[in-house]
Design a protein around this ligand. Structure first.
Ligand code: PLP
Length: 402
């Protein structure tokens, strides 16, 4: 791409780990005249969206839909269930876990942070050990990220639930699924999660600006005694109005139209197929990275993320300069690096409305950019990904065994 070109030709490779590309069908569903949010057409839409979203969180309980980003849904989870000064247990899996912890401090809670080097997921045993020491049960919630978007590590939620139970601890379990929902298996009810925080702009393939709280009966009971200040975020008014298909304030009507269609699309593909597709594209990406001879940031395969792979660049090379070069020449965007890893890695998102051809295009652009940037690597990453994908399509069992 010439530096003098005034426009990028062709589709942009939006390989950030969300917001993800909008499927045309969702774009069309949102591209309508505004409807009356107090009228019967809206009530039918809201009921469809409110019922449908439960099938994605896998819950029989209500799911609150906010016109907000994921950060708002984090705040809603905390202020609806807790009281000032409450102790909460959090795990420092990366940048987003740190931001949630910082929010808890700002809200007057007392987070306790299990630290990591950001290259692993949350360890259930460490959570159990921490809770066992809290004999007086002063810790009121355990808050973890299912998928840490800043590092590409997925944490095991059911084992964390079991660890809390094994410690005999009554703390609520709150899980951030912003970059895992509708991309990998998640079961709010079955896994005994009390508040699940979700966002629209990743696996749900919607624009940013809509966020969710899925809530258990225990969380609703906790909300009755919660003393945190809240107004906009309060679950009670939402729950009352949602029962009749309305919201206490003007909801994001057009995004709700998109949400209803996104849920249809996920079920048409089949959730199991959606999850298998994400697993396949993630593994193809990791095979490319390994073939290049570069390090995957997530150092333990048991925590590998199905939605994002962070790639370490060798010492002496700048991942941010690499991202700029790749954008300029190959029209591709990656996720940036954060905190102590600033400039040391870039993140390839492989989630949402993405298929084998898209990911191969992205990997090809990446391999070209590595060469152009003079980052030491071996050739053949794209070929490794192709070989793997062909094997999976021919025989998923054989691919898993290799
Ligand atoms: N949690 C996770 C895991 C995220 O990836 C993000 C954003 O990417 C957030 C929370 C914050 O969400 P938002 O930027 O929509 O407020």
């Amino acid at each position: 791409m010439s530096k003098n070109a005034s426009r990028m030709v062709g589709r942009h490779f939006l390989q950030i780990p969300g917001p993800t590309p909008l499927p045309d069908r969702i774009l069309r569903a949102m591209d309508t005249a505004i409807i009356d949010h107090r009228g019967p057409e809206f009530a039918a839409l809201a009921k469809r969206a409110l019922e449908g979203i439960k099938t994605i969180f896998k819950t029989a309980n209500p799911v609150i839909i906010y016109t907000a980003t994921g950060t708002g849904a984090w705040e809603a989870a905390l202020v609806n269930t807790l009281s000032p000064g409450d102790r909460v247990l959090m795990v420092e899996t990366g940048q987003f876990a740190t931001l949630w912890k910082n929010m808890a401090v700002k809200l007057g809670l007392k987070p306790e942070f299990i630290t990591t080097d950001w290259r692993t997921g949350a360890d259930p045993a460490a959570i159990e050990e921490h809770l066992r020491k809290d004999k007086a049960h002063e810790i009121k919630a355990v808050c973890v990220l299912h998928n840490e978007t800043s590092t590409g590590c997925l944490s095991p939620i059911l084992p964390i639930r079991k660890a809390i139970d094994a410690a005999g601890h009554p703390a609520l379990l709150m899980v951030d699924t912003i970059s895992s929902l509708a991309s990998t298996d998640y079961r709010h009810d079955e896994w005994g999660v009390d508040v699940t925080v979700g966002g629209a702009q990743k696996g749900l393939m919607l624009p940013p600006g809509m966020a969710f709280n899925a809530i258990s009966d225990k969380a609703i009971a906790a909300s009755k005694g919660s003393k945190m200040t809240k107004a906009f975020w309060g679950w009670d008014e939402m729950l009352n109005m949602n029962k009749i298909g309305f919201f206490p304030y003007t909801p994001a009507t057009n995004t709700l139209q998109g949400l209803a269609v996104a849920i249809d699309m996920l079920h048409e593909e089949g959730l199991e197929n959606v999850f298998a597709r994400h697993d396949r594209l993630a593994e193809a990406t990791r095979r490319a990275v390994r073939a290049w001879g570069l390090d995957i940031m997530c150092r333990d395969p048991k925590y590998y993320s199905p939605t994002v792979t962070a790639v370490m660049v060798p010492d002496g090379h700048d991942a941010d300069a690499f991202r700029s070069l790749a954008l300029e020449h190959f029209n591709i965007s990656y996720g940036m690096s954060f905190g102590r890893y600033a400039g040391k890695m870039f993140r390839i998102g492989h989630l949402g409305d993405t298929n084998d051809g898209t990911i191969l295009g992205a990997l090809a652009a990446t391999e070209m950019a590595l060469a152009l940037a003079g980052i030491p690597h071996r050739k053949g990453g794209v070929q490794a990904a192709i070989d793997y994908l062909v094997t999976v399509h021919a025989s998923p069992a054989r691919a898993a065994a290799e």
